[in-house]
Design a binder for this molecule. Structure first.
Ligand SMILES: C=Cc1c(C(=O)O)[nH]c(=O)[nH]c1=O
Length: 314
């Protein structure tokens, strides 16, 4: 099977990449992703100034007879915008595309980072995170449609180049419609990444009768197996509603099977979060081999043969 693909006319060796926030917070991790088999990579969502984030424990896997997923309330720890811009200026773009994720605490901070990235004139692709669920006291932009509209208008007029957004999961058809209506009014929004973690879940340990993580009384973003059907729904909902835009799928990918399903649902690229956190960059060749085997079994020679071709029941 041929796993090559394109993203906004850029040729990629394959459709896999990390999810922002996983294995991408410091230079050594970014360099490991650059060296890995991933077709692309994204840096940790950054704020203008460095942040320590929330107290630990703030990330835990949820295990039964196997790992079912993860819960996190990192609280947006990051080295600050200038650090990731410095990495982006030395990244080898011939090796693979680099996405840079920003998640400013204010509209002004987002616009300051956007201006600096524009002035840097580098091929990094901007992913504006509208969906961080873990900054205490900050509700996420993705669930405030007026704030989302304002932010997209300001970033479009400031950046004046194609960019993308990282969306939270939506759970209501009217919300898919409303979010897509806004996105479709901004032609510079070239891609949409669905989904971020399912916000404010609560995982409890029965033996200690205690929450698994410390921040926010144990409420945190859910990832892993638990979120796959919601991730596929969001990928397909925006794939149907935003025909001019490219969809990046994220959520519940741990093998070639889930990567195939995201592509079938309409994703062009597929991000891996929880499973990458647990397995490390060695997951990329494994998932690629599994995806190629599924394509061979089904007789698909290229990703274009099945991408977006999800069938419904007549
Ligand atoms: C950027 C902050 C995020 C975080 C975090 O840093 O807590 N966790 C997530 O699951 N998604 C985010 O978007």
């Amino acid at each position: 099977a041929d796993l090559t693909t394109q993203f906004l006319e850029l040729p990629l060796k394959n459709p896999l990449m990390n999810a922002s926030g996983v294995w991408c917070s410091v230079a050594s991790q970014l360099e490991a992703l650059a060296e890995s088999a991933a077709g692309a990579m994204v840096s940790k969502s950054c704020t203008l100034q460095p942040r320590d984030g929330n107290p630990e424990p703030r990330y835990r896997v949820i295990n039964g007879e196997r790992t079912f997923g993860s819960i996190n309330s990192m609280g947006l720890p990051n080295e600050g915008f200038a650090y990731y811009l410095r990495y982006a200026q030395r990244h080898d773009y011939e090796q693979k595309p680099l996405f840079m994720s920003i998640s400013g605490l204010t509209l002004d901070d987002n616009l300051t980072m956007v201006d600096s990235l524009k002035d840097a004139v580098i091929p990094a692709l901007l992913e504006v995170n509208l969906s961080c669920p873990n900054v205490p006291g900050k509700s996420q932009i993705g669930y405030d449609f007026d704030a989302m509209d304002t932010l997209l208008a300001e970033v479009s007029s400031g950046y004046q180049r194609p960019f993308g957004v990282k969306l939270p999961p939506y759970f209501d058809m009217a919300h898919f419609d409303e979010a897509a209506e806004i996105l479709n009014r901004y032609p510079l929004v070239a891609f949409v990444t669905c989904i971020n973690s399912i916000g404010n879940a609560l995982v409890i340990d029965i033996d200690s009768e205690t929450t698994l993580i410390k921040p926010k009384d144990g409420f945190g973003g859910l990832g892993g197996d638990y979120v796959l059907p919601t991730a596929l729904a969001n990928v397909n909902a925006f794939y149907r509603r935003c025909p001019e835009k490219t969809i990046i799928g994220c959520g519940g990918v741990k093998s070639g099977t889930e990567a195939f399903l995201h592509l079938l649902a309409g994703a062009t690229l597929v991000q891996i979060g929880t499973s990458l956190y647990e397995e490390g960059p060695g997951i990329f060749p494994r998932v690629l081999d599994e995806l190629a085997a599924i394509m061979d079994d089904k007789g698909y020679k290229t990703i274009a043969d099945f991408r977006g071709k999800l069938k419904t029941i007549a």
